[in-house]
Design a protein around this ligand. Structure first.
Ligand code: SF4
Ligand code: SF4
Length: 383
């Protein structure tokens, strides 16, 4: 068990408490166990993207968080479960309540739940940054002595995959995330995510792939049973396995994985990964619906250039819109105007097609619309 790229994996068919607990314990043990550190306090960086109930598959399931919390408490550590959700969800109480985290924290006792932003953010600059000039990272994350990255396996209309490396995006403050999203190239967004990941890689990673999200994630896709829980010290190793579950024949075609490999934050190929508990051929979840990202059909080297031509654009379905104005608040380039009396209006000349408005619309009214070339690309893929 001395391979630094060991991934422990275990089958888990449901979120029934006993089953999750046994599967999580097995996956962690197969990964070599939770590392020992002198720190008495542990942070579980979960995925609480929005106040969505656990069965929507938007957030890391509370039963997975419960298992990890108990394991950490058994190691003598205090535990905080936290995230910095999508820009506009600042009501920590509601977020933790709806996602089921509060109930878990209460049932265990001694577990704190909340936002990562409680103590503000600090500026970080690194010579190795490729996309960002600087980043503002929440102090609770920067200062944590021990971090478990507890991610949810989801599709993502911009990055294609949301797994362990992507989950660290939530450690940056709103302005940093908006700057990362305002890039006109998805390659630079992937590089920005890797920039953020390199600031403070977590000590351990767990992926909730029991019920994953397929289709147009990370908010508006559909729950899909995939039946795995994964664990390991290296986040990228788990992402390779996650992409395989999502039926990618070549995960290197995903810009985020390609950028992470280029930056040496983990294995360059599955041959470097020691998968314990299953064979690679067991992983693909047949028929898994990938995100609509039209870029998948293109060779990776021209994706940055082609982004503006082959893309998804936000389109409003008025009858579903509740005029809440959230889309205007999350838009990183102020391309949406919205007042309480009217439907939001998108200025196409400003829009950088980041789809944050689609991701955060609570009513599913802002759709990800394929332009002409993207539709042809989708048809060629048989979607
Ligand atoms: S499109 Fe969605 S986020 Fe925007 S105002 Fe309508 S309901 Fe709110
Ligand atoms: S309008 Fe939507 S897709 Fe366009 S830049 Fe704003 S948030 Fe991104």
């Amino acid at each position: 068990m001395d391979n630094k790229y060991t991934v422990g994996i275990a089958r888990c068919e449901s979120y029934e408490r006993g089953e999750v607990s046994a599967a999580a314990e097995l996956a962690v043990a197969r990964a070599g166990g939770l590392p020992e550190t002198p720190s008495e306090a542990a942070l579980i960086k979960t995925n609480m993207l929005s106040p969505a109930p656990p069965d929507c598959a938007v957030t890391t399931h509370p039963e997975v968080l419960r298992s990890l919390s108990l394991a950490l408490i058994n190691m003598g550590k205090s535990v905080k479960i936290a995230d910095n959700p999508g820009y506009i969800f600042t009501n920590a109480e509601k977020l933790c309540e709806v996602t089921g985290v509060t109930a878990i924290a209460r049932s265990i006792g001694g577990v704190e739940a909340g936002l990562l932003s409680a103590r503000g953010a600090r500026t970080v600059r690194k010579d190795s940054f490729v996309s960002l000039k600087e980043a503002r990272i929440w102090s609770d994350y920067l200062d944590a002595g021990y971090v478990i990255n507890a991610a949810k396996l989801k599709t993502h209309v911009e990055t294609e995959i949301s797994s362990c490396v992507k989950n660290i995006f939530g450690t940056a403050d709103t302005d940093t995330r908006k700057r990362a999203h305002s890039s006109t190239s998805e390659t630079l967004l992937a590089e920005a995510i890797v920039d953020l990941f390199t600031i403070r890689p977590p000590e351990f990673n767990v992926l909730d792939a029991i019920i994953s999200m397929e289709g147009d994630g990370p908010s508006h896709g559909k729950p899909r049973h995939t039946g795995w829980i994964l664990a390991g010290r290296n986040a990228l190793s788990i992402d390779w396995a996650a992409a395989t579950i999502m039926c990618y024949d070549d995960p290197l075609k995903i810009p985020l994985i390609k950028a992470a490999v280029k930056r040496n934050i983990g294995p360059r190929d599955i041959s470097e990964i020691d998968l314990v508990g299953a064979d690679w051929s067991d992983l693909p979840s047949r028929g898994f619906k990938k995100s609509s990202s039209a870029m998948r059909i293109l060779p990776t080297f021209i994706r940055g250039f082609a982004h503006r031509f082959v893309s998804l654009t936000p389109r409003l379905i008025e009858k579903q819109c509740v005029k809440c104005g959230i889309c205007a608040r999350v838009c990183p380039v102020d391309a949406i105007k919205c007042d309480p009396a009217s439907y939001p209006k998108i200025d196409a000349s400003l829009c950088v097609k980041c789809l944050c408005c689609h991701e955060m619309c609570p009513a599913g009214a802002m759709t990800a619309h394929k332009n002409f070339i993207a539709s042809i690309a989708s048809r060629m893929r048989g979607e």
